[in-house]
Design a protein around this ligand. Structure first.
Ligand code: NAD
Ligand code: ZN
Length: 341
């Protein structure tokens, strides 16, 4: 089968012929139809410090996808050939304390599809049946291919009650932009999103958010215009940028709640006294809740949440280079690769 492979430990990605993955008795085999490119795939493409320390080569990468079931192992029940599915990219152990308690997103032995084991940028993918999510045929396949990052946005945004609250999102990447639409749908009053990239701020504005270009103005100016006196009730950190996180801490009301998805560098400094004296709650977010997040995002889309505008580029997988160039340019939202013939 064809697959996009991180073949050598250096920048790039290679379209290769590789064996179809083997299927165990608890596994499902999926024929991939659409995939989308994650920031993580771009890190692996660019071969940054994190990927060179984490990803063994050769490795078929990719973990955002939709496809159809073409086979399953003897122990698998509840699925049929031809069903439209996506899947949770975190494969969990099933026997640690959190797994046993049903909090599988907090598993201590997580392994990542397309990071630690063969991924979805391939004609066929094999994952355990316990990671498969059955999809609604009425939802556009391009949109389903983005369920993994949409799930990050849903998990983060729904961490705290948003009804009537003012929400600050730092980072208008694809996940931040999707989170802004989710926060509005969940009942927030004002949703303000920041970035320094005009292309992305424009995309966020199109999807209904109030935007702040923090290279030109301040969040406080926008607060004043909106009449937000004491600060934001909820913060969603989705940039991974130290300055953005500090901006957020400065603009939270006392007792405000911050959900952190963005991956900060180890040496990010903050003024801890603001956290203590202002009574700020910070919650770390990793991945998606299995499968509560998948349920919520499906039903929100079924009831009118529209994230299709965040998909800005579409290519055939043989044109993957154009897709990675678009992602690296900063002038893209989600990039979808089609695996249709
Ligand atoms: P992205 O890199 O596409 O978006 C981040 C955005 O932050 C960019 O548009 C960038 O211009 C912006 N930014 C940079 N400096 C800023 C500043 N000072 N103020 C405001 N914005 C600024 O990332 P994404 O794919 O949308 O993901 C969002 C974040 O979540 C990333 O840090 C990513 O690594 C992380 N992530 C975490 C998980 C998890 O499970 N915790 C999963 C997926 C992604
Ligand atoms: Zn576990």
């Amino acid at each position: 089968m064809n697959a996009l492979v991180k073949k050598y430990p250096k920048e790039g990605l290679w379209l290769e012929e590789v064996p179809v993955p083997e299927m165990g008795k608890n596994d499902v085999m999926i024929k991939i139809e659409k995939t989308s490119i994650c920031g993580t795939d771009v890190h692996i493409y660019n071969w940054d410090k994190w990927s060179s320390e984490t990803v063994p080569t050769p490795m078929v990468i990719g973990h955002e996808y939709v496809g159809r079931i073409v086979g399953y192992g003897d122990n698998v029940k509840g699925f049929r050939i031809g069903e439209l599915v996506s899947g949770e990219g975190h494969i969990v152990c099933g026997h640690c304390r959190n797994c046993l308690a049903g909090r599988r997103h907090l598993c201590i032995n997580t392994s990542g599809v397309g990071v630690n084991r063969p991924g979805a940028f391939a004609e066929y993918l094999v994952i355990p049946a316990t990671n498969v999510w059955l999809c609604d045929e009425n939802i556009d396949r391009d949109v389903i291919s983005c369920f993994d990052p949409l799930g990050n946005a849903v998990h983060t945004a729904l961490s705290f009650d948003l009804v009537g609250e003012d929400v600050l999102i730092t980072g208008a990447g694809p996940i931040g932009i999707m989170a802004s639409a989710i926060a509005k749908k969940a009942g927030a009053r004002y949703v303000v999103i920041t970035d320094v990239n005009p292309y992305r701020l424009e995309l966020a504005k199109k999807m209904g958010a109030i935007t702040v270009d923090v290279s030109k103005s301040t969040i406080r100016d926008t607060m004043q215009q909106l009449g937000i006196k004491e600060g934001f009730d909820v913060g969603l950190e989705m940039s991974g940028n130290a300055r953005a996180f500090n901006d957020m801490i400065d603009c939270m009301e006392h007792g405000g709640k911050i959900a952190m998805l963005g991956i900060q560098s180890k040496d990010t400094l903050i003024d801890w006294n603001k956290i203590v004296f202002n009574g700020i709650n910070i919650k770390g977010i990793y991945g998606r809740e299995m499968f509560e997040t998948w349920y919520k995002m499906t039903s929100m889309i079924q009831s009118g949440l529209d994230i299709s505008e965040v998909i800005t580029h579409r290519y055939h997988y043989t044109d993957f280079q154009k897709g990675f160039d678009a992602m690296n340019s900063g002038k893209s939202g989600k990039v979808v690769l089609s695996w249709d013939k």
